[in-house]
Ligand binder design. Structure first.
Ligand SMILES: Cc1cc2nc3c(=O)[nH]c(=O)nc-3n(C[C@H](O)[C@H](O)[C@H](O)COP(=O)(O)OP(=O)(O)OC[C@H]3O[C@@H](n4cnc5c(N)ncnc54)[C@H](O)[C@@H]3O)c2cc1C
Length: 340
């Protein structure tokens, strides 16, 4: 049985108090929300914080506000709360679909939106128990020197595996970060760095407090996830698309974001190139080929690397056809039932 290491536990009642504890304790302290990722990682000694600062008692992080300008989601909302929201299901479908496919019902009951957005990156050489990692002399991400995926690499290539981040970036989300020094708001896309070790542009003393989404205002969105098991699994590919169509049916604006192909979610420029075009089969095929040619997945997650790269184009095609109004339920069902 894997045991948790010893740690100090603090559970303040406000985000400011939590931020002050983080500032005082330094980088050896970590925030814990639902703990669904952090606690297993601690058991495997992948993450070894001396102090855990729990957000469990911070009621302000559990707010959901719905106004004309858009919705604001507290970072402490659970994924179950997101999935149970009819408003999100109707107006921000891509987020709803992404949240609904994270882990299992039990995990989503505890897992939070903030924890999902700050999720640790993953890699075949890192997501192993201590003895396994010791046997290969560890890896660059924790306790070792070498990246076993790309031995010449100076940078860790562990993969961003959050489902909600690509969906929210496609929806143009912004996030608020709070520290003892004050608050700042950044586009969610800017929260991520393409470095498997330092994958967040968040300082260790900052807490992600909320996610703001602009008014849905005619935007349609969707999320397509590739995973080995339809029941539950981390993504080996996530494709998030959001499209706003003009009155004549051509694309006014579009965003296409890939998850699980790099150390950060990848906001492609293929959406911009769709602007002004109707979503014909040709335009969709062109966008799909365009995105697939730029996706550079590494050989460090489940399933064959070259096959995963090919599937990028297929999934972009499914997503855009769905947003154009095609009935894609049968394709979704086939993918969900498939055990790869
Ligand atoms: C079996 C299994 C399957 C899973 N499948 C998926 C999946 O399919 N897709 C997926 O995306 N995830 C998956 N996960 C990972 C995890 O359950 C989810 O990502 C979950 O949303 C994490 O949220 P949490 O609140 O539990 O985060 P925690 O475990 O509490 O924290 C995760 C990270 O975020 C940081 N953090 C948490 N909240 C904040 C905050 N407000 N501000 C700053 N930092 C913060 C923590 O310090 C930690 O580094 C899976 C986990 C398991 C065990």
């Amino acid at each position: 049985m894997m045991r948790l290491p010893w740690f100090d536990y603090r559970a303040p009642a406000s985000a400011l108090e939590a931020a002050r504890i983080l500032a005082a304790e330094g980088p050896d302290a970590m925030v814990i929300a639902g703990g669904t990722d952090l606690l297993p990682n601690m058991k495997r000694r992948q993450q070894t914080p001396h102090t855990l600062v729990s957000l469990r008692r911070v009621q302000a992080l559990k707010r959901f506000s719905d106004e004309q300008a858009g919705v604001t989601l507290g970072a402490g909302l659970t994924l179950t709360q997101i999935v149970r929201s009819d408003r999100l299901r109707q107006a921000y479908r891509g987020l709803w679909q992404a949240a609904a496919q994270v882990a299992t019902v039990h995990l989503r009951n505890a897992a939070t939106l903030g924890g999902n957005l700050c999720l640790d990156t993953r890699c075949n050489y890192y997501n192993q128990n201590l003895e396994w990692r010791k046997a290969i002399d560890f890896c660059m991400k924790k306790d070792g020197e070498t990246c076993w995926v790309a031995t010449a690499s100076k940078r860790c290539v562990a993969v961003s595996s959050t489902d909600c981040a690509p969906a929210l970036i496609a929806l143009d989300a912004r996030v608020r970060l709070a520290s003892a020094d004050g608050e700042r708001e950044v586009p969610l896309a800017d929260l991520y760095l393409n470095d498997g070790m330092h994958y967040l542009a968040r300082r260790p003393d900052e807490i992600l407090t909320e996610v703001a989404l602009p008014a849905s205002d005619g935007w349609r969105s969707t999320y397509w996830k590739l995973r080995r098991r339809g029941s539950f699994d981390f993504p080996v590919l996530g494709v998030a698309c959001a499209v706003k169509l003009a009155g004549n049916g051509s694309v006014e604006r579009a965003r296409i974001v890939l998850g699980a192909v790099a150390s950060r979610p990848v906001l492609t420029d293929a959406g911009e190139r769709l602007a002004g075009k109707p979503l014909t089969d040709d335009a969709i095929a062109q966008a799909a080929a365009d995105v697939a040619s730029r996706a550079k997945p590494m050989d460090n997650t489940d399933l064959d690397l070259y096959w995963r790269k090919r599937v990028v184009g297929e999934f972009v095609g499914y997503a855009l056809r769905e947003l154009r109004g095609d009935d894609m339920d049968a394709v979704r069902l086939r993918i969900a039932k498939q055990v790869l």
